[in-house]
Design a binder for this molecule. Structure first.
Ligand code: SF4
Ligand code: SF4
Length: 669
């Protein structure tokens, strides 16, 4: 077409783009190191399934397919754009293999996808302007980008259409079926008019592409470039397993400034599409608290961009190993505080770590570590924790339980019940890890008694640690006291090793998560961890627990976030209930992966909930609407929250909350 013009255009566009990307790179480098290149096979699988396969987006029908169509169209159009740029230098340029029949197949696909993308763009504009889903902001940027994408497709189709008027025998005619159809519009035009159209569409397409590339890094559509790397570099450990903090050689703990984050958090900021899926079922957002997982990421990104010159300098210093100079620069930089200004302190404490956001984000943004890192700063650097939490932390420190009950009373719940202790037995097939709720909360002690009675009847070889058990560390770690957690976990592990424990069973999903997913990093190896729902199901299926026909009753099962969403155990508790003849199980609308939190995770069990409406009230209203007489749980925190909600909302005549073990015990033959 015009090699000189194309050279100048390409040079300018690519030079500008390279400058912007270099800045974005140095901002990433202003963060702390984070290893994200291990397990290439698993990462590639994520990339194929979640990145290219758009798995998480396709969970949502219309919007998911719309996005997938635009994404696929982009991939196909990228090949076309390279070809068109090549034709700026050589008129008949083709990419390797695309000059012959394969090229015609590609051209057919290209036209098909261009049409699909145009339809998807129209649908997206309609959805934003007319339907207006509550989770989406109607932003000018989104409309501009959608129009831009539509224009890219339209200029390509119209350019080919004009070309077919000039070259009626072009080999691509027919394969480019949409352009062939459109070429009819040029039938009566002069050659000069068709040529003007062709030239205009060609240069408009190339200019739009290159301008698009330069606009992307400045807004939420940067995700077009960063989403696939973000998916590849996502954390591979279980979603509720927090990362181990190294204390040696560090003067600051947690995240009090952007530069304390790992570089991955900056990639999260670049990649957030502001789609709002994370907000949809965030219990704190839904109940009117100041935490919105989307805003956490967006607010941090806004500060990062506002401080980009500073972060670029810090990134360059850190990359050169000049950490002291970087630290001095960071200390001297004035900025609104990350906690208290960028993110409200109440927002940081509001998170229940339920995992909805993490499980729903299409680009695998990891909100929980982001929030917990800020709690670590508040707890360990500033000793600034909500007042209600202070007693729990004192209890965890002095008595290894958040109720701050004497650790000597840890096995008082057993009373006269026959419960073997490890210290007497020496070893057992299963260690029953009771947990603090089972040990010190009288309602939950009833559940543990039911579990032990069932185990006794079924002849399970088990034992408890009694006074030798300490808190699993779940609340300690989630409220940011990593230092204390790193004492609690090894203490329990040492006791496990003393009794050569090979299998642990627990009725608490929080203990389950800590022992199964977090203890291995502290030395617990080759230990199988099961939840009581799994072992109870096995005992019923093996005929070791015989059931009688139960009284006809309608029950609904509430998924614990730490059992379901974080650890994938959805079926076992439901199947336990299904074994009881006469029980009719009904599902709440928000169930399984979409189960709504009870409000107690993330240490929230030990904090006041005085902002917005109560999360447990929201959930119990949903349970009551099913018409069930009983809401069943498999988690001590959920049991407490739902029981409280029943009382507080005057539903005691209508509904009761019980653990699945209690239901099973009541229906034993
Ligand atoms: S964090 Fe993820 S789910 Fe939330 S708005 Fe951003 S991209 Fe969407
Ligand atoms: S973990 Fe749950 S409570 Fe916390 S931000 Fe995510 S969705 Fe909200």
């Amino acid at each position: 077409m015009n090699p000189a013009a194309m050279t100048i255009l390409l040079f300018l566009a690519l030079a500008m783009f390279a400058g912007t990307i270099a800045d974005r790179y140095w901002i990433l480098r202003s963060g702390e190191p984070d290893k994200r290149l291990d397990h290439p096979g698993r990462r590639l699988k994520n990339l194929l399934i979640i990145g290219f396969g758009q798995k998480r987006l396709l969970q949502e029908k219309a919007a998911g397919w719309m996005h997938a169509a635009i994404f696929a169209g982009f991939l196909v159009a990228a090949i076309r754009t390279v070809t068109l740029i090549g034709r700026g230098f050589t008129a008949d340029f083709h990419l390797p293999l695309l000059g012959g029949p394969l090229g015609l197949i590609y051209i057919f696909l290209k036209d098909t996808f261009a049409v699909i993308v145009l339809l998807a763009v129209l649908f997206a504009i309609y959805r934003r302007v007319v339907v207006r889903p509550s989770r989406l902001h109607l932003s000018g940027e989104a409309l501009l980008i959608l129009t831009w994408i539509g224009s890219l497709m339209a200029t390509d189709l119209l350019g080919d259409a004009a070309m077919f008027r000039l070259e009626p025998d072009a080999s691509e005619r027919g394969a480019a079926w949409m352009s062939t159809l459109l070429s009819g519009a040029f039938a009566g035009t002069s050659e000069q008019t068709a040529r003007t159209w062709f030239n205009t569409m060609y240069w408009a397409h190339v200019s739009l592409v290159l301008a698009f590339l330069n606009v992307l890094p400045f807004g939420k559509h940067f995700h077009v470039l960063t989403a696939l790397p973000a998916v590849y570099l996502a954390r591979l450990t279980p979603t509720a397993a927090l990362e181990k903090m190294e204390f040696e050689g560090r003067e600051t703990f947690g995240v009090g400034k952007l530069e304390d984050f790992s570089w991955r958090r900056f990639l999260d900021m670049y990649t957030c599409t502001e789609c709002g899926r994370c907000n949809d079922m965030c219990p704190t957002h839904v109940t009117g608290k100041p935490l919105s997982p989307r805003e956490i990421i967006v607010n941090e990104r806004d500060q990062a961009y506002a401080m980009s010159d500073h972060l670029v300098k810090v990134g360059k210093l850190k990359a050169q190993g000049r950490d002291q100079e970087a630290a001095a620069l960071i200390a001297a930089q004035e900025r609104p505080p990350l906690i208290g200004s960028v993110n409200e302190e109440d927002a940081i404490w509001a998170c229940t770590t339920c995992g909805w956001c993490v499980s729903s984000c299409p680009v695998m943004i990891d909100h929980i570590p982001n929030i917990i890192d800020q709690r670590r700063h508040l707890t360990m650097m500033e000793a600034k924790v909500p007042s209600a939490l202070q007693n729990a932390l004192k209890g965890l420190e002095n008595n290894s339980n958040p109720w701050n009950a004497s650790s000597a009373a840890r096995e008082d719940w057993i009373g006269d019940l026959e419960v073997p202790r490890m210290r007497d037995k020496g070893s057992a097939e299963y260690l029953l890890f009771v947990g603090c709720a089972g040990s010190f909360d009288s309602r939950n002690s009833e559940v543990l008694k039911a579990v032990c009675t069932l185990f006794n009847k079924a002849g399970v070889d088990y034992a408890v640690l009694g006074k030798e058990e300490g808190c699993c560390g779940d609340p300690t770690r989630r409220v940011g006291n990593e230092y204390l957690f790193q004492m609690q976990a090894p203490a329990n592990i040492t006791t496990f090793q003393k009794y050569q424990v090979k299998k642990v069973v627990t009725a608490c999903p929080h203990c389950f998560n800590a022992i199964a997913n977090e203890y291995p990093e502290f030395g617990l190896q080759d230990v199988e961890v099961v939840h009581h729902s799994e072992i109870l199901l096995e005992l019923v299926e093996d005929g070791k627990l015989q059931l009688k026909p139960g009284a006809a009753a309608k029950v609904t099962y509430h998924d614990s976030c730490y059992l379901g969403r974080h650890n994938g155990i959805y079926d076992a508790p439901r199947e336990v209930l299904a074994k009881v003849q006469g029980l009719e199980q009904v599902e709440m609308p928000r169930n399984r992966r979409e189960g709504f939190c009870c409000g107690a995770g993330g240490g929230r069990m030990f904090m006041e909930e005085d902002l917005g409406t109560r999360i447990n009230h929201n959930r119990i209203a949903e349970a009551a609407e099913t018409g069930a007489e009983e809401v069943c749980t498999a988690c001590p925190f959920c049991l407490t929250m739902l029981s409280d909600a029943i009382k507080e909302t005057d539903r005691s005549d209508q509904l009761r909350a019980r653990d699945i073990a209690e239901v099973l015990l009541e229906n034993l033959a």
